[in-house]
Design a protein around this ligand. Sequence first.
Ligand code: GZL
Length: 356
Amino acid sequence: MKKIVALLVGLTMVMGLAACGNANTQTTAPAANEAAEETAAPAEESEPEEQAEAPAAENKGNEKLVVGFAQIGQESGWRDAETNDVQWYAARNTDTIELAFADAQQKQENQIKAIRNFIEMGVDVIVFPPVVETGWEAVLTECQEAGIPVILVDRGIDASAGDDLYTTMIASDHVWAGEQAAIVMNDLLGGTGKVVELEGTVGASAAVQRKQGFDDYIASNCPNIEIVDSQTGDFTRAMGKEVMESFLKSYSDIDAVFCHNDDMALGAIEAIKEAGLKPGEDIKVIGVDGVKGAFESMLAGEMNCTVECTPILAQQIFDTAAKLKNGETVDKWIMSADGVYTADQITQEVVDGCQY
Ligand code: GZL
């Protein structure tokens, strides 16, 4: 559930690593969190001010917990919040944790390069959110052969790959999120209406499962609600706006939009307003994530609901990684506890208390 905490301050220093391909690594301050260069600049040009010593290739005997985190990129406010939480946590615990962080700029091949780099470094645990569900068998087998446990965060891999290729997954229940969105949608529409759907990144488990939860619930319980169209907005605000604009040009009778994340919902709200319609009234808007922008939009009457999917996972990630380093066993799925927030619950105090 959402917690109210002091604003995060301070500079985060993470392990600086030689860039590997485009999977550039970086030292970032939470506020800055600049996008890494599209193509990796030569290491000497991209060195942070205080280049931390890259962990020795052989990490054996290092008392600290050394974690390699191969982040997807910076596609959404949610993703930035997850990155900031992980880097801030590591920066506050440098006496016991070393973090090697890579930004894959949305590319699976960059995540794979970064994971191979972490294997070379001999980190204790590898952590990453698989940008898509498939294509991980080879690199995860290499992790296994190197004896390095893998924690999946916030997204999963296709079950057909077998679940022995990773040790545990720390993530929300995305099918549940889709179902909750459908329940609220049915309530908002009084059981009748035409809905469009803005999907997340093609092939991402969060998108596949939110769609499954939403569409299956509507099909089974809402005979008079029709999903007239469904297209990917790739989890970004810009593409969410673009696809909603095309929906508005194609359909004159849209009653609601279900967006697989809040960033796309904020883009859809812009498009609805520019079309001369009232978001939250003429067209109901439901998102997922629980980012502050969604709460601000609900307070303004422009959005109706967001289903929380917490990105604040650092404590669980590092606690779990420490257990794995110590040879302990953990559950296969460490599920986040999330809530559902509708506009009627939102006050300025709730908005001010948003953690991300
Ligand atoms: C969810 C995560 C998704 C968020 C999006 O666990 O994978 O990726 O919902 C983000 O905002 O892009």
